[in-house]
Design a binder for this molecule. Structure first.
Ligand SMILES: Cc1ncc(CO)c(N)n1
Length: 261
């Protein structure tokens, strides 16, 4: 099908609370003005305070969702979020054509502390998924795992980003939201060097902010912006959605792309 509008696909897990995962990705795609599509890799039972269950899809279910969608529509860009197992990572890489830009949010552990990716899948993520990625968007704990080193300051954040770049992606954004200081500084690292993406630090943690950022970047890539520009524009979208975050019932605040009042 030839579309007159731009299309973006998320391949990720479901968060029934609407605070993370495909639910946030679809809201973010709408916020940046692209047609949002979603392939589900796992169901979770969670809210803003805890994850109580994870049920990964069988690989043929993931493969069928992607292949059937691609028969009809080629998304302008794709993001991955929670992929949960090495088998699902392999399936996604095998099923997606290499020509489609791919933004990888290397989801490992929920903000509430629950493991969302098998320990054994981390090697597969480094060896199979990242070499295929256009951009990877780790937070500090994820960057530490992918780079195999501790991050304690700007210098080690850059060093970790360089190591992740060496795994074969075109660009890395190491997100500084888990750091300290008045500003939240994300570092975009690509072949041209290091670019700082800054925003005022809000005095609270927000469930789903990583999902929102990578979805926004994907939405801008789908509209034809380059990687660096998409990351800059994506930072503005997530900053606004963090400012407008809503209080869950008892839990952490939840990201609010679209600004529901
Ligand atoms: C489904 C899903 N994806 C990603 C995250 C990361 O916050 C989460 N908590 N749940």
């Amino acid at each position: 099908m030839t579309c007159t509008f731009h299309t973006a696909l998320t391949i990720a897990g479901s968060d029934p609370s609407g605070g993370a995962g495909i639910q946030v990705d679809l809201k973010t795609f709408a916020e940046v003005g692209v047609w949002g599509m979603a392939v589900v890799t796992a169901l979770t039972a969670q809210n803003a305070t805890r994850v109580s269950g994870v049920w990964s899809m069988e690989c043929h279910v993931v493969r069928n969702q992607i292949a059937t969608l691609l028969e009809d529509i080629t998304p302008g860009a794709v993001k991955t979020g929670m992929l949960s197992t090495a088998e699902i990572i392999h399936t996604v890489v095998q099923t997606l054509p290499e020509t489609i830009p791919l933004i990888v949010d290397p989801v490992m552990i929920s903000t509430s502390g629950h493991r969302l990716l098998d320990e054994s899948a981390i090697r597969c993520m480094k060896e199979v998924l990242l070499p295929r990625a256009t951009a990877v968007t780790p937070n500090i704990p994820e960057a530490e795992v992918l780079a195999g080193m501790r991050i304690i300051d700007d210098g080690s954040m850059i060093e970790a980003g360089m190591k992740i770049l060496d795994l074969g992606t075109e660009a890395v954004v190491v997100k500084g939201g888990h750091g300290t200081g008045d500003e939240s500084v994300d570092l975009l690292i690509d072949r041209n060097g290091v670019t700082r993406l800054t925003s005022p630090r809000m005095p609270y943690q927000v469930h789903g902010s990583g999902c929102c950022f990578s979805a926004a970047v994907t939405g801008f890539m789908a509209q034809g912006y380059g990687v660096a520009e998409s990351c800059r524009l994506g930072k503005d979208i997530v900053t606004k959605a963090i400012k407008e975050a809503i209080a869950g019932s008892g839990g952490m605040r939840m990201i609010n792309p679209g600004g529901v009042q």
